[in-house]
Design a protein. Structure first.
Length: 403
């Protein structure tokens, strides 16, 4: 999902209330001037503001689910002639409680004379795609149609994200269970077996000795291990953007998961392009904004090259043909649609087709990952148990033979 306002930063502010007294809070803005304006809209006078690191707070953004609910409500009401201010008042009741204050501020700004696009931009709660579509729709008088398309786009992106998340959750659960079972075996079972084996005397195989020492060390230094794990978890939380970026980069290079993520980014790109071009946004502008929603490095770099080539006067068909990150059939369809002057419909069709392709590839990936993970967990846990149980069996057979 795109960030609401890429240049927004968190500010800790002190402001004066209309009735006297002071309020301390956290709000996102591009600079202190925009922060002062946003507070003035809420009838607050800025006294002091301090810029904070981006990881200290989270912008009050609208989730895709809230954006879909908001746009569906606006499409239904504005399309029937209800004034925008009244439609926003109704929309407050259909979004989540966390998003209701954002919609309320939008209503206040529109009521004060701001355009809807400017109100959305100043709120910092919407990504550039939404703000650009709203601005174009207000200029053309097609706000109801634009909100309907944005709602459909948000629902499509939610469905794609859900499929990818489902694919990633299953491996995470299997790995977590495997790690927990392995930790229990190493800290509870292995040390007890170690006492029995060493009390019996004799020489243990090197791999058994290594597992025994590791299990005993894990048990004896459990507090230290827990503290280190906690520090790593906190560091990962603070640096979550870098960690998630690294994980996503590794996933894109994986032969099983990579094609799913590429199809997901492609589907999201065409869904955004469909919403923007249908709203009347020029192709070059729509391409520039939609490219920002693409996380796949190779596809994004090629789309940026296409955008630059288009601005420089290049032939769109030739530029599209260079997008080898997209399937050949997709490129040929886009070229044919460009010649027919019907790129809008092509974008919509490709978004739907690629969304279905994400579903197919995600199911195939889960089907391949499932046996691989099960075998991997079995090898780790089974190997640990085998290394400590084999000497026990050998010792038992010797005792039985001696008897």
């Amino acid at each position: 999902m795109m960030t609401p306002a890429p240049s927004s930063i968190p500010f800790l502010y002190v402001a004066v209330k209309p009735q006297g007294g002071k309020r301390v809070g956290l709000r996102y803005a591009r600079d202190e001037s925009e922060l002062a304006g946003a507070l003035a809209d809420s009838r607050l006078l800025l006294l002091r503001a301090r810029r904070l690191p981006t990881w200290t707070g989270r912008a009050q953004t609208l989730t895709l689910k809230d954006q879909a609910a908001l746009n569906e409500q606006l499409a239904a009401l504005v399309g029937r002639g209800v004034p925008l201010v009244e439609a926003l008042e109704v929309a407050e009741s259909v979004v989540t409680p966390r998003a209701a204050p954002v919609v309320a501020r939008l209503r206040e700004r529109v009521s004060a004379g701001d355009s809807f696009a400017d109100a959305c931009r100043r709120s910092g709660a919407f990504d550039p795609v939404v703000a650009t579509v709203y601005r174009s729709a207000e200029q053309s008088g097609a706000l109801a149609d634009a909100t309907r398309r944005l709602a459909r786009s948000a629902r499509d992106r939610l469905a794609i994200a859900s499929k990818v998340l489902t694919m990633m959750i299953y491996p995470a659960v299997v790995l977590a269970v495997g790690l927990i079972v392995t930790a229990v075996v190493l800290t509870q079972v292995v040390p007890r077996v170690a006492q029995t084996l060493r009390s019996a005397g004799g020489t243990l195989p090197w791999y058994t000795e290594a597992v025994l020492r590791f299990g005993e060390g894990l048990r004896d230094h459990g507090l230290t291990v827990a503290i280190v794990a906690g520090v790593v978890a906190v560091a990962a939380l603070v640096l979550r953007r870098a960690v998630m970026g690294l994980a996503a980069g590794l996933a894109r290079r994986a032969p099983i998961v990579g094609p799913v993520l590429l199809a997901s980014d492609s589907a999201r790109f065409f869904s955004i392009m469909a919403a923007m071009t249908r709203a009347g946004v020029p192709l070059a502008d729509a391409l520039s904004v939609a490219t920002g929603a693409v996380a796949h490095p190779r596809l994004r770099a090629q789309l940026e090259d296409l955008g630059r080539g288009l601005v420089e006067g290049g032939v769109l068909a030739d530029l599209i043909d260079r997008l080898d990150a997209l399937p050949l059939a997709t490129r040929r369809l886009l070229i044919a649609a460009d010649r027919a002057g019907d790129l809008d419909s092509a974008f919509e069709g490709l978004a739907a087709d690629l969304a279905a392709d994400v579903d197919t590839k995600a199911q195939r990936a889960v089907g391949l990952l499932e046996p691989m993970l099960i075998v991997g967990v079995f090898i780790v846990i089974g190997g640990t148990l085998f290394s400590v149980m084999l000497p026990l069996v050998t010792m038992g057979s010797r005792i039985g033979g001696g008897v």
